[in-house]
Design a protein around this ligand. Structure first.
Ligand code: MTE
Length: 334
């Protein structure tokens, strides 16, 4: 992220099915038919990004009848979805290298089954839980969100997952929990970026949110995209998606969730505090010290067709989230 690559986009083939997690594994993780049902329902979404209106009736299927309401709440967008091959070939996942093509090349080394998440800190039900146990009580849903990277490119991604607030409620945070932090897998033997002597990040990658941000209906934990299991390079088996913040807040491959009274330290903020703030809300009027944030390249883009568009405050989700920051100086708390 510290180094901005040139505008060329890989045009590699769609990653083969065999590169994904075993589908049955995630269906098992859901503990019900919900995920399997969801994955096929989501695959039916049409190419404009609008879900089809004929949702199936089994448990966990999407309720498409309320699509308009969902769209007002910011859960869906009518903008054209970024093709699957771009979402899965142009990635930031520094655990596998700093080049956009590294995660797709190397992330299949990451073992994602079995997977467990440790819940700790200010919470009534701490412990280490398997992904299966964590997902079991939840139905999965689709969200079509814009993802705006701090490097000034963006995508539109159809995620599958669950509201972060549902997971948080499951573990009953205490009244002292003011923040929640997240940690990515630390396994240098599988993650070449963590072994690299050139790496500037102090591993494991960590991120954090204020509790009210985490409980906001837009905050999402994704286990798949485009109706398929989450590809490793996109943060399998479970990652955060916070659509109104720069993409680096959306931490991948989560193994720890900690509830705290104090503001947690976060990887990019620790590395370059003047460049990457704790809040990192998308804000076209506060430039990164080394480049403008006023516009973005909507991927896929090319030199001939740069697809440059204006960046919107809170990445277009201001109606939903601006209230969280009422009275705050967003230049100071960037
Ligand atoms: N999470 C981890 N663990 N490591 C990372 O390097 N990169 C972040 C975020 N989550 C990153 C991460 C950045 S900078 C962005 S823009 C998004 O992931 C990119 O997500 P994508 O590759 O699925 O588009």
């Amino acid at each position: 992220m510290l180094v901005q690559r040139s505008a060329d986009i890989l045009s590699s083939e769609i990653t083969s099915e065999s590169a994904y997690l075993n589908r049955r594994q995630l269906m098992g993780a859901a503990g019900s038919l919900a995920l399997g049902a969801m994955l096929s329902s989501c695959a039916e979404a049409d190419s404009t990004g609008k879900p089809e209106t004929s949702g199936s009736s089994h448990a966990g299927a999407l309720d498409y009848s309320s699509a308009e309401k969902q769209s007002q709440s910011g859960f869906y967008t009518d903008e054209a979805k970024t093709p699957y091959k771009d979402i899965t070939a142009y990635n930031n996942f520094y655990e596998f290298g700093t080049d956009k093509s590294d995660p797709r090349k190397y992330a299949d080394k990451m073992v994602v089954d079995p997977w467990s998440i440790t819940i700790e800190g200010e919470v009534s039900k701490p412990g280490t839980y398997t992904l299966e146990d964590i997902l079991k009580p939840h139905d999965l849903e689709e969200r079509i969100y814009r993802l705006r990277c701090v490097e000034a490119w963006s995508m539109v991604i159809p995620w599958v997952g669950l509201p972060l607030s549902d997971l948080i409620k499951q573990f009953e945070p205490t009244s002292r929990a003011k923040y929640v932090s997240f940690e990515t897998l630390y396994r240098p033997e599988e993650m070449r970026g963590q072994r690299s002597r050139l790496s500037t990040i102090s591993w494991p990658y960590t991120e954090g949110l204020r509790m009210d941000e985490a409980m906001h209906p837009l905050s999402f934990l994704a286990v798949g995209l485009y109706g398929k299991l989450m590809p490793n390079q996109n943060g399998a088996p479970i990652r955060l998606v916070i659509p109104w913040k720069y993409g680096f807040k959306s931490i991948k491959s989560i193994v720890k969730i900690r509830f705290t009274e104090q503001l947690p330290s976060t990887s990019w903020n620790k590395l370059a505090p003047k460049e990457y703030g704790f809040y990192s809300n998308v804000n076209p009027s506060v430039d990164h010290p080394r480049w403008s944030q006023a516009s973005e390249r909507r991927l896929p883009s090319s030199l001939l067709n740069p697809r440059r568009i204006k960046t919107l405050p809170f990445n277009g989700y201001a109606n939903q989230v601006a209230g969280l920051y009422k009275g705050m100086d967003l230049r100071r708390y960037f």
